[in-house]
Design a protein around this ligand. Sequence first.
Ligand code: BYC
Length: 312
Amino acid sequence: MQRQQQFDDHIDEGGFVEPKDWMPDDYRKTLIRQISQHAHSEIVGMLPEGNWVTRAPTLKRKAILLAKIQDEGGHGLYLYAAAETLGVSRDALVDALHSGKAKYSSIFNYPTLNWADIGTIGWLVDGAAIMNQVPICRCSFAPYARAMIRVCREESFHQRQGYDSLLVMMQKGTPEQKAMVQDAVNRWWWPCLMMFGPPDDQSPNSANGMRWGIKRVSNDTLRQKFIDATKQQADVLGVTLPDAELKWNEARGHHDHGPIDWAEFWRVVGGDGPVNRERLAARIKAWDDGAWVREAAMAHARKQVKTSEQAA
Ligand code: BYC
């Protein structure tokens, strides 16, 4: 009880928690859930873009895309490592993903149909990700907060490269290329708004997340900030966001927007989105195909230990 009180006081004072510090079980469980889902999202998030590596239109765009995908692999690894400091094994986390028990971001269950989808993912998906992740740099669990600082720096390059790629298509492209950009924005806009999670009054984890300093800003507040920032960028780009009700509300100081299809969100989160099955199957195949690499790395590590023991 006293430890609980000390923990609560520490959080209230804005303190950080390190892996070896005492923490309530529910705090640990919530972090394992959120950090591992975040890690899975990074790893599954490599798939929609990986689909376009061989078809990037120029060497420059291909190099940028490869770098972005590699960054995402790196983000997944830091986040798995941060989750492991809470006492869960990497194998258990990966099993939870492959068995369908663990969630990953709904956004990655939509297909990438044309090249403009890649620029749009950078602009909108990474833009939404940064909006959500900057506050996590101040998360009370220090290893997660530290990981997010580097992740956010890289995400901001990802967002910029996406916007730049779309700007080139909109300013120098053919009418067909401009139409591709608009088509991609039409398909990604609403799923991006869903990335922030359900509305605050339907978000079961928010109360504890906010209480414990894991979440610093609510789902709806971040979604609104994203809409306000993105509308201005869309105007510069020359694309229309697919929401007839989107308009500036002077009294609120924010944009009003049309209704979000939460039934679609829950369907996708529940495993029945456009490409959920394909994404999971691709991850399971990659894991199985990589078994020999893990075995070789373990054999090498065992040999190194033996050699250093013999030398000692
Ligand atoms: N998709 O109570 P709530 C990236 C689940 S990766 C799927 O509000 P919470 C990137 C939620 O887990 C982007 N599920 O939950 C990578 C919960 O279910 P459980 C990933 C979602 O945790 C590559 C239930 O719905 N970013 O940026 O308080 C390339 C109720 O929700 C979603 C992160 O993971 C969703 N969109 O808030 C490009 C950031 N939303 O677990 C980009 C860290 C909600 O109780 N995570 N659910 O079974 C967070 O900030 C929070 O976990 C969320 C949800 C805001 C996502």
